[in-house]
Write a protein that binds this ligand. Structure first.
Ligand SMILES: [Zn+2]
Length: 274
């Protein structure tokens, strides 16, 4: 197994860069606040005869549809995306010398546009998803951009967790995938939001998706800052579930071995360490 860390999208949600500059910079905060503040951290995993993508980030259609009507145009404005073909998973996979056709499985942490924008670029891949996320997407049309799955991907749904991993409900094994790669349930950001664990044999990677937003949240709960307050209060499906998931991750973070890594989707500093 070989794991690549890809940034498949650079974002700077409207207004947040200014807030970072005015608050965090003075306090030597954890964020780099020049340029695009957020990455879309995705994993590409090379197995013996196929590839797995964990989230797709922004894809070719995000670029093609950027100026189209809501929600595409709204999010293009709000998130101030870089929208570069060179950041798509499709492009980066080819640059690494693979064929996008070899992506047989995509594990989606959830269905927000910055995590599944690349689904149409891999139409033959099986897309693994915790079913409550799909059901929630049907009920929350304003949040989701369903065009990203208009092509009817080969969904592989999971209705419920199968066991526990370090106290977290998990779904393991995933259909057709080695048991070293599996979902952990981290609801709150969205109803069916999951993280993904990858046990490489040498270390354990815990990809938390949007269960937190930047690393500071794992180690501090005392310092108040406006971007974090806004994020915690306006972008979560369920605040108390979100807090529960975050508390679990904080505990997990203390228990992980020195080589193990817990990381989320959008923290640019975390991404830079790989
Ligand atoms: Zn996100």
């Amino acid at each position: 197994m070989k794991v690549f860390h890809l940034n498949c999208g650079s974002l700077c949600p409207f207004g947040l860069r200014e807030l970072y500059n005015s608050f965090l910079n003075k306090k030597k905060g954890p964020l780099e606040n020049k340029g695009h503040s957020f990455v879309c951290h995705c994993l590409l995993i090379e197995m013996s005869d196929y590839l797995i993508l964990v989230d797709t980030g922004l894809g070719l259609k995000n670029i093609e549809w950027a100026a189209q009507s809501y929600p595409g145009a709204f999010f293009t404005f709000f998130d101030q995306k870089r929208l570069s073909i060179s950041e798509t998973a499709f492009y980066q996979i080819k640059k690494l010398g693979y064929s996008p056709k070899d992506v047989k499985h995509i594990l989606a942490t959830h269905l927000d546009f910055d995590h599944v924008g690349g689904l149409p670029d891999f139409p033959k891949a099986q897309v693994h998803l915790y079913r409550p996320e799909f059901d929630y997407a049907a009920l929350a049309p304003g949040r989701y951009y369903k065009k990203f799955w208009d092509h009817n991907p080969l969904w592989v749904f999971y209705d419920r967790p199968t066991e526990y991993w370090r106290g977290l409900p998990c779904i393991r094994p995933l259909k057709g995938i080695a048991p070293e790669i599996f979902f952990i349930l981290l609801p709150g950001h969205t109803r069916g939001h999951c993280g993904v664990v990858v046990e490489t044999g040498e270390k354990t990677l815990v990809f938390a998706g949007d269960a937190y937003f930047y690393n500071h949240q794992l180690t501090s709960d005392s310092s108040f800052n406006i971007p974090l307050f806004l994020y915690n209060n306006f972008f979560q499906w369920n605040k108390s579930e979100f807090k529960k998931s975050l508390a679990t991750l904080k505990d997990l973070n203390k228990e992980l071995g020195p080589d193990d890594v817990l990381f989320c989707s959008h923290d640019k500093i975390e991404f830079g360490k790989f």
